[in-house]
Design a protein around this ligand. Structure first.
Ligand SMILES: [Zn+2]
Length: 301
């Protein structure tokens, strides 16, 4: 008998060592979208965008955005960065067709962590794919955690001024999910410490208060860049190109370039929330700009 076809099988958890810390990236879910342009390169032509895609051997009509939270065990605290989609597509009719359900909790389980083990949940920003796993059925998923928000980000959604049309539902969602968690939350600004070894870095633009995080243990350094770079070709090779989901386009371009320069100059490994899983790599400077170099075995335990 010939062997039967078994279907897709892809890795979803990657754990590595970072000085005295352990860290892991976990694939929560992946969004598949049609068409690269004008989602990327709204300020460029479709030909330019498709040309760059073809030059890098990626499909011009199909885009995968992986959603990849990062977890860091400092030895003292278990810190989770972002929470994926959670139950949002089950709980909100408007999101059913737009996003797949999250798998973070079951995959954390496979990696050896229970939701109640998480000490700190850091929200890089307030978009649905980052806050969606915080609450399910009206109850906090990470029952023992305290939360860390960027003060500017939290204030933006709470004030509800200058929220663009495409983010009006997001604003309501943020208030439903995050506002009730405020009393267990700390509100920080760029430069502030989350726990010893983890500091916030300004990355505003994609959202008004987006923060990246610099992690350091025993001289080993790493960054969680969240949604600064949302696609490994478009955002890295053409950081000037607008990304439709960036709330403040020019500010996002400036932050992208500043962080790309920092990653390349300081040769930092980083985890990027929407890169192809495991979402870890580094940035090389090239003659015309930058390129994403995926991690191979440099960080293995
Ligand atoms: Zn995102």
């Amino acid at each position: 008998m010939p062997a039967s076809l078994q279907g897709e099988l892809q890795p979803t958890i990657y754990r590595f060592k970072l000085g005295g810390f352990e860290a892991a990236t976990i694939l929560d879910s992946k969004a598949v979208r049609e068409g690269l342009h004008p989602m990327y390169g709204g300020n460029a032509t479709a030909d330019e965008v498709h040309g760059l895609a073809r030059a890098n051997n990626i499909d011009t009509s199909r885009l995968e955005h992986h959603n990849i939270p990062t977890i860091v065990n400092t030895g003292k605290q278990l810190v989770l960065f972002d929470t994926g989609n959670g139950a949002l597509p089950r709980e909100y009719e408007q999101l059913k067709a737009r996003m797949p359900a999250g798998n973070l909790v079951s995959r954390l389980g496979q990696a050896g962590y229970k939701p109640e083990d998480i000490d700190v949940v850091v929200l890089t920003h307030g978009h649905p794919d980052h806050i969606g796993g915080l609450v399910e059925g009206g109850k906090p998923v990470f029952a023992n955690a305290r939360y860390v928000f960027g003060a500017a980000e939290f204030d933006f959604w709470k004030k509800n001024e200058n929220v663009r049309e495409a983010r009006k539902f997001n604003q309501k969602l943020f208030m439903t999910i995050c506002e009730p968690l405020a009393e267990r939350s700390t509100f920080i600004k760029p430069g502030d410490e989350v726990v010893a070894g983890i500091h916030a870095v300004d990355a505003a633009g994609h959202s008004p208060g987006l923060m990246a995080f610099h992690i350091e243990s025993d001289g080993k350094r790493f960054m969680v860049t969240a949604d600064t770079l949302t696609q490994y070709v478009m955002a890295v090779q053409r950081p000037d190109w607008y990304f439709e989901m960036d709330d403040e386009k020019d500010k996002a371009v400036a932050s992208r370039k500043r962080i790309l320069d920092m990653l390349a100059t300081e040769k930092l490994f980083f985890a990027s929330f929407h890169m192809p899983f495991p979402g870890i790599g580094y940035i090389d400077k090239t003659a015309s700009g930058y390129r994403w170099v995926p991690h191979s075995y440099q960080l293995n335990l």
